[in-house]
Design a protein around this ligand. Structure first.
Ligand code: DAH
Length: 339
């Protein structure tokens, strides 16, 4: 038995010593220590050994196993080291080759402008909320005082999904959605994408962005609206910016106005940028119509409020002096990088 074990051991060690690849080592491990391996066979034949000799034989088997395992480990480490050295020699790096550069993206001018608008209004205590882009005709029109057959419905060339569902033409439906929730007072802005069936040109796109604003509370007056938008214009376009409110009509506000800011390029004297007028139109606004409040479950005797809607692209184009809206949608990194 002893001789047999010695033979197995020396045979195994010799094979390990002579092996030149990691895979071969594993084969050797299986051949000697595996379930059907040589050494395991000896262990299985223990039942034929006289009981008094068993501890001795057991010890010998263990010694042989330990010796083989130790040799396997040692050889494995040696072979791994050798393989790594060879790899290092083979994989020579040519440091003169041009490097593969990482191209980092860039915030879109719309995103930069929106972050600025949000910063300004959040600073005044507004919450930023969102509404769905695919909207019920009812929210997009009816609840905003634009009933079926109202001529204002024609002005916004609408994409209809079916007769009740549209791609929203404005962010104003978010006003109705928020008012309906019944949590008062309200002070929110709602940025988002809107859709109109317009042809693409330098100032139009079938999909663009607006930022809606809505404030509902007790004792809100037109003075609050004027003060808020004047402050917004100053923070957005510079401290010297003046605002002008021109009477206008929107179905869901009464009275309504369009707001111009003094041209921040020429300061109001007239230039190419403001087409000589000294003023640039930026948004629509007004006091929320009492009927709209009623339709959304708010008592117009107790609460009043104002609303406004800004075109985000318009702000971005003005602020960064971009003269063609199409540039905003092409996403050419050479263009985007400039802002
Ligand atoms: N939704 C209007 C538009 O797309 C803009 C607007 C005007 C929004 C007046 C308002 C508002 O909230 O009070 O033309």
């Amino acid at each position: 038995m002893k001789d047999q074990l010695e033979k197995i051991k020396s045979e195994a060690l010799k094979q390990i010593e002579g092996s030149d690849a990691l895979e071969k080592l594993n084969d050797i491990r299986v051949a000697y220590l595996g379930k059907k391996g040589e050494l395991t066979k000896v262990l299985k034949s223990m039942k034929d050994v006289a009981p008094e000799d068993r501890p001795k034989v057991g010890q010998m088997v263990n010694e042989a196993r330990e010796a083989i395992e130790a040799k396997l480990e040692e050889t494995k480490a040696r072979l791994a080291r050798k393989a790594r050295e060879e790899q290092m020699k083979a994989e020579v790096i040519d440091v003169t080759l041009p490097a593969v550069k990482n191209h980092v993206g860039h915030s879109h001018p719309n995103t930069i402008a929106l972050e600025e608008v949000e910063r300004i209004f959040v600073g005044m205590g507004y919450e930023v909320v969102e509404g769905p882009e695919v909207e019920y005709d009812e929210y997009n029109f009816t609840k905003l005082n634009i009933p079926a057959n109202h001529p204002a419905k024609d002005e916004q060339d609408t994409f209809y999904i079916n007769k009740d569902i549209v791609l929203r033409t404005q962010t104003s439906p978010v006003q109705a959605r928020i008012m309906e929730q019944g949590k008062l007072p309200i002070r929110m802005i709602a940025p988002g994408r809107v859709f109109r069936s317009d042809e693409v040109d330098a100032t139009h796109s079938p999909s663009f962005h607006q930022v809606e604003g809505l404030v509902i509370d007790k004792h809100i007056t037109f003075a609050d609206l004027k003060g808020t938008l004047a402050q917004f214009a100053k923070e957005m376009f510079g401290e010297d910016t003046k605002v002008k409110f021109r009477p206008h009509h929107f179905p869901f506000t009464e009275p309504s106005a369009e707001v111009d800011v003094s041209c921040f390029k020429c300061g109001g004297t007239g230039c190419r940028f403001c087409k000589g007028s000294g003023w640039i139109e930026i948004l629509g606004c007004g006091m929320v119509h009492p009927h709209v409040l009623e339709m959304c479950g708010i008592d117009p005797e107790e609460y009043t409020g104002f609303a406004f809607g800004v075109g985000l692209e318009r702000i971005a184009l003005l602020k960064y002096e971009i003269d063609d809206m199409r540039l905003l949608y092409e996403n050419d990194i050479r263009f985007l990088k400039q802002f």
